[in-house]
Design a binder for this molecule. Structure first.
Ligand SMILES: [Zn+2]
Length: 178
């Protein structure tokens, strides 16, 4: 069993007990902001996300619900489905979006796995096992670390984002979405 699956301290949702990603200081709630999310059926919802401030450096963070990926408009389950081999695809997204998600996952997987491996070392947790099989899909590689049951994308994304290791493009950095 991987340490990530029993590591609730990384959940931003439990803001009261989670240290800030920047300084590992206390976070306190200073307000909220709206965030739009698109579900598998193409349904759009608006969420209210809490804004949190780091007590140390005053930097603002946003809560990350466990079905969201930072800067992605679709629920993480949709992105997951597009990447899962043999999955019956029931996501109302066009081919170019699905293609973008797959390339994005492929490109980020090695980085994310490196992040969780270094977090495991930092917190003196059980080391993350890596597979030497290079031909595996992003889903299979990530699944080895956080389990391949639904929710695997959210499970790898959360500790990376919470450790302030999330990489974003210039465009995403300037977008209005947390
Ligand atoms: Zn800080």
């Amino acid at each position: 069993m991987s340490w990530l699956r029993r590591s609730p301290a990384f959940f931003v949702r439990c803001a009261e007990i989670v240290p800030s990603p920047c300084c590992t200081a206390k976070l306190f709630v200073i307000g909220s902001r709206k965030r739009r999310v698109i579900g598998a059926a193409g349904d759009k919802r608006t969420l209210v996300i809490r804004r949190l401030r780091c007590q140390e450096c005053r930097r603002i963070h946003h809560e990350l619900p466990d079905f969201l990926v930072p800067y992605k408009h679709y629920e993480s389950g949709c992105v997951e489905q597009a990447a899962s081999k043999n999955a019956t695809l029931s996501v109302a997204a066009d081919e170019s979006t699905l293609f973008r998600w797959r390339s994005w996952l492929k490109e980020r997987t090695t980085y994310w796995l490196g992040c969780v491996a270094s977090l495991a070392t930092r917190f003196q947790l059980e080391p993350v096992r890596h597979s030497s099989v290079a031909t595996q899909t992003a889903h299979q590689r990530i699944g080895l670390v956080v389990g391949d049951a639904p929710g695997w994308l959210a499970r790898i994304v959360r500790p990376v984002a919470n450790a302030n290791l999330w990489l974003h493009t210039r465009f995403a950095f300037l977008s209005a979405f947390p």
